[in-house]
Write a new protein. Sequence first.
Length: 122
Amino acid sequence: MDAMPKKVTPASEFGKRLYKLRKDRGLTQIEIAEKVESTQRAISYYETVADFPPTNVVMDLAKVLKVSTDELLGIKKPKLEREDPKLQRLWKKFRQVAELPEKDRRAIIRMINSLVTVRQRS
């Protein structure tokens, strides 16, 4: 069995911001890549190696992440308060769940999956 690739930490400030914004929104590199019509490999490169992606990619990433290009580029700090207050509360709860023991987190994820499955069928 092949080993998982080693996790690479962001090298640039842009990469750190992109990584944090992506994680804060609960998106994977693959999901972002699909939304900006790119590849997971390119998103990984922007997070870990590149200083900045091309301008058109910055604009697409900002749109997907729901921030301004100034916020994505680090000119302005991201404003999470623009998000719906209900979403903010939900993210806060998810962060609290992330602090629970693994067994409890798995139980909560199973419950969420069950609820989503039932809602999708109705």
